[in-house]
Structure formats: structure tokens, C-alpha cells
Design a protein around this ligand. Structure first.
Ligand code: GLA
Ligand code: ZN
Length: 701
């Protein structure tokens, strides 16, 4: 819910870039957009050059005429600040705004998302523009959200960034002595005696052997620094707007599983989280849901804005296949089911030229309102009017959480020695998939989040441990909470320094075991080349397996060689010199359990495991029932949003054939306006969605 604004339905619309159109086309838009049920448009995302044609001239006349037309139609506005692409004159006059790339090349003017975050020019003119816009539109009541910049991302390695990096480090470490010790700079003689000896870690410096850092301490801090600097850019603009409009709702659109920025830190500064979802057709449905949960989790479960999705195709894949009939609707409701309170597209009308002219839009090049895409969008627009505020503000009442942490992601994937097969998000998604298959509401949280409201907290590859973790986690478990860790947990502190005493460091009592070695598996890697080195064709350790609940499962990626110190083994490895050593353990601590999974395996294994663990820890599915193994998943996803007085179930058929499901409560089906009785069989159309609202018997979520 966009707080503080009078909104009583899911806002529907998206990016509208009429600066590319003549007046006649703009007039046509004002007929077509309302026809499709559009009630919000995002304007001014890329208009800087038009608004500020030269250094001292600001001209809002064109934007005024766009805003006037939209306002006359009663459409809400999401106001962009235009700062994701600066004018060419600015780069010519002030080259400090141009980025220096990873290879050390100073870029020339071009493309977008291209400003050096530390450029004095950018830091002066971007907030200035935001402030001017706020001043100009302060009485424009239909601006419900401010959309700052656009998809922040990328890195810069210029001299201004280097200087700011040193300031950032000085603030963080105080002295060079602290910094040298945090980075273990005695290694390879990296000790710094003056601050200005420190340079940006890129291909010219610490990455001379490929994409893994030769000096992880500095690289990890550079990721943090870059994220902080871009966040500062965002905050500069936000503050400029709020100085004039104190209650302005400000956000910026985030991206799908984007590694470059610590979104959890960013989320503290946005009033509502928002993101752009471009599912690529070939990913399984749980992947999209995970991305939604990740964004929803950034603001402690509060609803978010779906800022962009394509009504049909994208233009940036090598092959851009169509969303089939019904898919746009299905993706849309999947977003709402997991917390979206707006449904917005990129874009309202296709560009007449330039790089995105073939990107899908509500209105395509034909300008017609009877295309398949337009008709599907208009039908959804109608439906959203009917649904009204039924789920607005609703939250997922999750009893289970997964911990996801950006600095851990950076640290674990940027250091030699960790198997290349480990991709941090994949480890989360393996467990999430099983929960998703069992229709279990899940929150994605950070390491610092309050655990007390969850029955089960899953922390795959919990590689980076924070000082307070030991005490907090142990207390949580002693009081009855359950936790699950996997391989590569408890290795380093926040500076990527190995924790003393071996793995899993300070998590040892919690897990009730120690890990002495980890055996990385080559499986299926006969033809695998790594940075020019061909790996052996028939290495010794290609596979392993373990038996869990009388069934054998393969072990993938790596196997920990672990020794229990109180934990019991629920499964042991079958082969190699560590045959008989634990593969799955459970440790009782106070009133709770801690599980440890020493390898990676199949979806079938995760389903069985999650089924058992949810049973043991008391985690229920959306209907409040015991979770049943997810490998029986029938392609139907059921997600729940609870508004307090109502529980609204989204029943999504991801498959191309009709499905049936028995619905356990009395309720109202919102898309068709039917009444449902407990035990009724719902017939789900191929790729169809049904939404059933049920009275919340407890009267609260
Ligand atoms: C991103 C951007 C948009 C547009 C779309 C195209 O999400 O924010 O400006 O380029 O991609 O898919
Ligand atoms: Zn820079």
C-alpha cells in the first residue's frame, strides 16, 4: 500500500514516455490508456536533456503539458526524476560524470545508467533537478510516488571514486593499522602506509587473474562502498524532494536478484520497495516467486510496487519469445499474491525508434486497441477494478524465513577456493523451491532481522557470521525456534577473515558438530574449462550419495567431512574415505532443533527434508495444514495474503492444462464473483488464476 495516499485498488499502468510522440499521438493515448483501465503512469524517467537543455536553463513546458493531459483523465502519476541518463552537453563540459570501467577505460558519452556516483557534477546536478521538479510539482496532488533515477547499478573506478573510497575507508576503520589488519594486508606484502596508496580494485589492480579478486578484503569493501555511494545518490535526490514535499513517497526500482547493491541497506531509505520483473519464460515459476518474496522481505513483509514488467516481449534477450495468452495475467497475479500492490508495465506505448523500439507495450506500433496484448491488458484492468481493495496492504503470515545477505553473496563468490559450483542465490532457491511446492508462506529476511516470529529459519551457506549471531541464534533456538544451516556456514567474519577454531566457527555449539574438510565434486565436469585450465577428465571424486529415510540421494557440489559433537546424524555419506560421516544432522538445543546439511542434492531430497522439518518445527502450509512433500507438486501454486479481517488465497495454475483443486473454506471468488463452499472443487483454467477471499476466523492475521 502506498501509505498516506487515498488509493483503494491495485494501481495499474506503467512507464509512459510521450516525449517521443507528436501531439496527435498523445491525444490518442489519452483515449487508449483509460480504455485499458490504466490509472497510474510513470513519466519523466528519461527526460533530463529536454528539461535542462543547458546548464542554467530548466524548461518544464513539455512535461507540464504531459502532466496536464494525464491529470485531466484522472490518472495518477509516478514521477520520475530523469537522472539515470544525463544530457550530452553535461558530459562534454564536465567529463568527471563519465564512468571508468572495470578495465580502466574512461567511457565516452552514451547509453544510460552511466554516471560516476562520486562525480561532483552528478552529485550537484542530479539532486538539483530533483529539487526543481519537486518545487515545480509540489501542488500536483495526483503524484502518488516519486520514482528516483532508474535501476541503479554498475560500478565506477575513476579517480574521484578512489578518493571517496579512501574517505569511506577512513570513516570505517579510523586508522590504517585497523585497515591493514582487517584486510590481512601482510599477505603478498600489501601493507598500506599512506591512504593514497589504496587504489580501486579492478582489472588494473587486484583482478589480474580473472574475475576473482586477488585481495578479497579490499574487493568486499569496494562493493559495499559502491553500493553506499549509489545509495547516497538516491538519498541526495530523495532529500531534495522531501525538503519541499515532506510527505512525498519516494522509491527507486530494484532488479531481479541483483548482486551489485545491498538492497537490504537500500530498503531502509525507500518509503516503499519497488522492482522490475522480467521473467524469462524458461525459469520455473518458483524462481519468480522467490524474487517477489526477496523484495517483499526488504521492508519487513510490507507490500511493494511492481514497477515494471512487459505486457508481452522484452527486447534484450537473444531470443524474445511472446508471453502466451493468459501469461501476462498469471505473472501479474503471481506478483500480487506475493505482495505487489501495483501492477505496472514497461511500457504504455512502443517507441518509434531507438534501442527499445521492439520491446513490448500496451499499445504497439499499430496503435490499435484490438490487439491480443491490448485486449488482455484491458481485461486485467477491468478485473482489477472488480477486485478493488480486497488484498491491498495484505501480508503473508509466514512461519518460516530464509536468510539472504548481500555482503555474504559478494564474499562467497569472489574468493578462490570455494567451488565454482556454488552460486549463493541458488542455495536459497533450492530450499525455497521445496517450501513453495508445499505452499508454505516464506519471508526472506536479513541476518539482523527479528527471528522470534518464525518457527523455522533457514540459512543456507551462512558463510559470513556477525558478532552477535552466536548469542542471538542460540537464544532463539533454546526458546524453541528451529534453524537450518548448510555447507560453507560459519567460515568468516564481516571482513572475510576466517573465524578462529575451524568451521563452523561460532556456530559450532549451535550445529553441534565441527567440519574439518570439504570435498568438492567434479560431477559432469569432463569438459569443464576453468580460466583456460582443462580439468581432469576422470577425477577421483565425481560423485557421492547418502541415504536419508531409507532412500538414497545423490550428493552434489561438495561434501563436508564432519564430526558430530552432540548432533545426531540423520544421514551419512555412502562413499569415499568419509563414508559413514554425517550428511544430514540434527542438534537439539534447549527447546529447538538445528539441522545441518553437509551437501547439495536433488529437489526430491529437499522436498522430503522440508516436509519432515516443517512437521517437526510446526510450520504449516497456507491452509494451516501439515506440509506435504513438494515433489508431488501439481503445478498449482497457492499463496496467501492476509489483511486482518480477510484471508485472500491466490490459486495459480502454472500449467497449460486444466487443473482441479479442493478448496477447504467458504469464501468469495473475486475474479468471477462466485461464492465458494468449503469442499468445493475449483476448476482452474490452463494458466488460470482464481482468487478466493475468506473471512479470517481469528479476526487478525
Ligand atoms: C528496465 C528499465 C526500463 C526498460 C526495461 C526494458 O527495466 O528500467 O527503462 O529499459 O528494462 O525491459
Ligand atoms: Zn567514479
Amino acid at each position: 500500500m502506498i501509505e498516506g495516499k487515498k488509493i483503494n485498488k491495485i494501481l495499474y499502468g506503467g512507464d509512459y514516455n510521450p516525449e517521443q510522440w507528436d501531439e496527435a499521438t498523445r491525444d490518442e493515448d489519452m483515449v487508449l490508456l483509460p480504455k485499458a483501465g490504466v490509472d497510474i503512469v510513470t513519466v519523466n524517467v528519461f527526460s533530463w536533456a529536454r528539461i535542462q537543455p543547458s546548464e542554467n536553463v530548466y524548461d518544464f513546458s513539455d512535461l507540464d503539458s504531459i502532466v496536464k493531459r494525464i491529470t485531466e483523465k484522472g490518472i495518477n502519476i509516478c514521477m520520475g526524476t530523469s537522472t539515470a541518463a544525463y544530457p550530452a552537453w553535461m558530459a562534454k563540459k564536465y567529463p568527471d560524470i563519465l564512468r571508468v570501467d572495470f578495465e580502466g577505460r574512461r567511457k565516452k558519452y552514451g547509453a544510460r545508467h552511466n554516471a560516476c556516483p562520486c562525480s561532483p557534477t552528478y552529485r550537484k546536478y542530479a539532486p538539483k533537478l530533483a529539487g526543481k521538479l519537486a518545487e515545480h510539482f509540489k501542488d500536483q496532488d495526483n503524484i502518488v510516488v516519486w520514482h528516483i533515477n532508474n535501476e541503479y547499478g554498475g560500478m565506477c573506478y575513476c579517480e574521484n571514486c578512489e578518493k571517496s573510497f579512501r574517505d569511506w575507508l577512513r570513516k570505517k576503520y579510523g586508522t590504517l593499522e585497523n585497515l591493514n589488519s582487517a584486510w590481512n594486508s601482510a599477505f603478498w606484502s600489501h601493507t598500506f602506509y599512506e591512504w593514497d596508496e589504496i587504489v580501486a580494485p579492478n582489472e588494473l589492480s587486484e583482478y589480474q587473474m580473472g574475475r576473482r579478486s586477488q585481495f578479497p578484503g579490499i574487493s568486499l569493501d569496494y562493493m559495499r562502498f559502491n553500493s553506499d555511494m549509489m545509495l547516497q545518490n538516491y538519498m541526495d535526490e530523495r532529500d531534495a524532494i522531501k525538503r519541499i514535499i515532506p510527505d512525498a513517497v519516494c522509491t527507486t526500482n530494484m532488479m531481479n536478484l541483483f548482486k551489485g547493491l545491498d538492497y537490504r541497506k537500500w530498503a531502509k531509505e525507500v518509503d516503499i520497495a519497488s522492482w522490475d520483473n522480467y521473467p524469462q519464460g524458461f525459469t520455473e515459476p518458483h524462481y519468480d516467486s522467490f524474487a517477489h518474496e526477496l523484495i517483499r522481505g526488504l521492508k519487513d513483509g510490507k507490500p511493494f510496487m511492481l514497477m515494471e514488467q512487459s505486457p508481452s516481449v522484452t527486447n534484450w534477450l537473444p531470443i524474445n519469445s511472446l508471453k502466451r495468452p493468459g501469461e501476462m495475467r498469471r505473472y501479474s497475479y503471481e506478483a500480487v499474491a506475493h505482495g505487489a500492490d501495483t501492477l505496472m508495465f514497461f511500457q504504455m506505448r512502443q517507441s518509434p525508434a531507438s534501442s527499445e523500439m521492439y520491446h513490448g507495450a500496451l499499445i504497439d506500433h499499430s496503435g490499435r486497441d484490438d490487439t491480443r496484448v491490448f485486449k488482455e491488458c484491458a481485461a486485467l484492468g477491468e478485473e482489477l477494478k472488480r477486485i478493488g481493495n480486497a488484498t491491498l496492504g495484505g501480508v503473508a503470515p509466514a512461519e518460516c524465513a530464509i536468510i539472504f545477505d548481500w555482503p555474504t553473496w559478494w564474499a562467497i563468490e569472489d574468493i578462490g577456493g570455494i567451488t565454482d559450483r556454488v552460486r549463493y542465490p541458488d542455495e536459497m532457491i533450492s530450499y525455497y523451491r521445496a517450501l513453495y511446492g508445499g505452499n508454505v508462506p516464506v519471508d526472506i529476511i536479513g541476518p539482523e532481522s527479528d527471528l522470534s516470529k518464525y518457527k523455522l529459519v533457514i540459512a543456507p551457506t551462512y558463510y559470513m557470521v556477525h558478532e552477535s549471531d552466536k548469542e542471538r541464534f542460540e537464544e532463539y533456538v533454546r526458546e524453541g525456534g528451529c534453524m537450518l544451516f548448510t555447507f560453507y556456514s560459519g567460515y568468516v567474519d564481516e571482513n572475510a577473515h576466517i573465524l578462529k577454531g575451524g568451521y563452523p566457527g561460532t556456530l559450532r555449539e549451535l550445529i553441534g558438530a565441527r567440519i574439518e574438510e570439504s570435498d568438492q565434486l567434479y560431477e559432469d565436469m569432463e569438459h569443464f574449462y576453468c580460466e583456460g585450465i582443462r580439468l581432469p577428465e576422470h577425477p577421483a571424486n565425481t560423485s557421492n550419495s547418502f541415504v536419508y529415510k531409507k532412500k538414497s540421494y545423490p550428493a552434489y557440489k561438495l561434501c563436508d567431512v564432519m564430526y558430530n559433537e552432540g548432533a545426531e546424524a540423520l544421514a551419512v555419506f555412502d562413499e569415499d574415505f568419509y563414508r559413514g560421516r554425517p550428511a544430514v544432522t540434527r542438534n537439539r538445543l534447549g527447546n529447538g532443533y538445528v539441522y545441518y546439511i553437509a551437501t547439495s542434492s536433488t529437489g526430491e531430497f529437499y522436498s522430503q527434508l522440508i516436509d519432515d522439518i516443517c512437521g517437526e518445527c510446526g510450520v504449516k502450509n497456507v491452509f494451516g495444514d501439515r506440509v506435504t512433500a513438494a515433489d508431488t507438486w501439481d503445478g498449482v501454486e497457492i499463496a496467501l495474503r492476509s489483511t486482518g479481517s480477510r484471508r485472500v488465497f491466490y490459486i495459480i495454475n502454472h500449467e497449460d492444462m486444466e487443473k482441479q483443486t479442493v478448496f477447504p473454506f467458504d469464501g468469495d471468488e473475486l475474479t468471477e464473483g462466485k461464492t465458494i463452499s468449503a469442499g468445493d472443487t475449483l476448476r482452474l483454467a490452463p494458466k488460470g488464476v482464481n482468487i478466493v477471499s475468506v473471512q479470517n476466523p481469528l479476526g487478525s492475521s
